[in-house]
Structure formats: structure tokens, C-alpha cells
Design a protein around this ligand. Structure first.
Ligand code: SAH
Length: 214
């Protein structure tokens, strides 16, 4: 029987090989290799941390499937010098990836228990270029914007104009848009002529709740 550490190491290598078929941004794959996903899932699911599927994280929420996380992150086209906003901290896993890929990460979460847990874990793991907040009255976090990139990790009924307004000119946003059950991943570029939209494929997310959302 392999130990848990051996099992995690092998399953992480296998997951990275699988992701490499669909993800071409090497920096994204390197960040996935560096972040210990097993620390962001509940203890009893630790051995499943590198399976390519979403996992429950409590409060009715989920840590997203690694392939979707990788494709969304790739869609932000990060070079390393950006300020990034994440809407939906959840476990903090996506936040940790962004911390490796950008200069500064602001992440907001509407469930205070999740925000606190993720904030504690990110600090414990030494992610110092991250600010994690409990979401306020407005969608996103306009007080520290504008952002070069925004990632929304919950499903919106439409492209939220409140978030487009928090993007720099040329800024990128990736957001799942659709019904409460099934959505399309939409990539938005805030160009001088207005937001330009492309479709990155189907996905399923928990709903984005509150002002500007469901
Ligand atoms: N990125 C997360 C996945 C989060 S699941 C991870 O890597 O684990 C989506 C999260 O969005 C949930 O925790 C949910 O509570 C949160 N959420 C939903 N609506 C929100 C809103 N309006 N503002 C901030 N967070 C929101």
C-alpha cells in the first residue's frame, strides 16, 4: 500500500499530465504543480484531492474541477505583474494559484465562515500577496479596483456589468454565465469599443448570489 503522501504525489503527476492535453499555458500548469490542493479540501477527502472533479467544501459549496480551474485561469492570460480580483474565495485554492501567477490578489467570499477559513489557511501556507474579504453590498470589490483580471467562480445570470466596471481598459474577466443549472464559461475583454465576449465552453457552478447576481 502506498502512503498517503506517495499516493498524492502520483495522482498529482497523473492529473498534470491529463491537464496538459487541454491547457497550454505553462505558468498555469506550474502553479497547479506548486499548490497543495489536499490542504484546501476536507480532511476525509484528502486522498481524492488530485482527481479531476469538484469536491464539497462545506456550506453547500464546492472546490471546482481542476480542468475548469486551469481553463479559467488560462483565460486570464496572466504575466505576473497584474492585480487580480476573485469573486467566490470558497476554499481558497483558486486564490493560491492566482497568488503564484499575479502580483496582487483580492478575493471576496459571501459566506463569512468560508472567508475566514480560507484567509487563515492562505496565511498559514505563506501566501502573502493576497487580501481576502467577506463580500460587501456591491458585487466584487470596487474599493481596490480597477483590476487587470477578474475571475468569477460562481455562476451569474448574465455578464455582470458591475464587474466589467471594475476592469482596467484591456482587462480580462472569466465568468460562468447561464441558468442556475448549466452555464457557459465566458471570457470578456474590456476593449475601448466595449466588452468583447468569447465562449470557452460549458460548465456547472454553484450560483453567484446577492446584488448583481441571482
Ligand atoms: N474558487 C473556489 C470555488 C468557490 S465555489 C475554490 O477554489 O474553492 C463559489 C463560491 O462563491 C462559494 O463559496 C460561494 O459562497 C461564493 N459566492 C457566491 N456568490 C458570491 C458573491 N456574490 N460574492 C462573493 N462570493 C460569492
Amino acid at each position: 500500500m502506498p502512503t498517503l503522501i506517495e499516493h498524492l504525489s502520483r495522482s498529482k503527476t497523473a492529473l498534470l499530465a491529463e491537464l496538459a492535453h487541454d491547457v497550454s499555458d505553462r505558468r498555469v500548469l506550474e502553479a497547479i504543480a506548486r499548490v497543495p490542493r489536499e490542504r484546501f479540501v476536507p480532511e476525509e477527502l484528502r486522498s481524492s484531492a488530485y482527481e479531476n472533479r469538484p469536491l464539497p467544501i462545506g456550506q453547500g459549496q464546492t472546490i471546482s474541477q481542476p480542468l475548469i480551474v486551469a481553463l479559467m485561469t488560462q483565460g486570464l492570460a496572466l504575466q505576473g505583474d497584474e492585480k487580480v480580483l476573485e469573486v467566490g474565495t470558497g476554499s481558497g485554492y483558486q486564490t493560491a494559484l492566482l497568488s503564484h501567477l499575479a502580483a496582487w490578489v483580492v478575493s471576496v467570499e459571501r459566506v463569512p465562515e468560508l472567508a475566514e477559513r480560507a484567509g487563515r489557511l492562505l496565511a498559514e501556507l505563506g501566501y502573502a500577496n493576497v487580501s481576502a474579504y467577506v463580500a460587501g453590498e456591491t458585487l466584487g470589490w470596487p474599493q481596490e479596483g480597477p483590476y487587470d483580471a477578474i475571475i468569477v467562480t460562481a455562476a451569474a445570470p448574465r455578464v455582470p456589468h458591475e464587474l466589467v466596471a471594475q476592469l482596467t481598459l484591456g482587462g480580462r474577466m472569466v465568468v460562468p454565465v447561464g441558468s442556475r443549472d448549466v452555464q457557459e464559461l465566458v471570457r470578456v475583454v474590456n476593449s475601448p469599443e466595449g466588452p468583447a465576449l468569447t465562449n470557452l465552453g460549458p460548465c456547472r457552478f454553484v450560483p453567484l448570489l446577492g446584488p448583481g447576481a441571482w
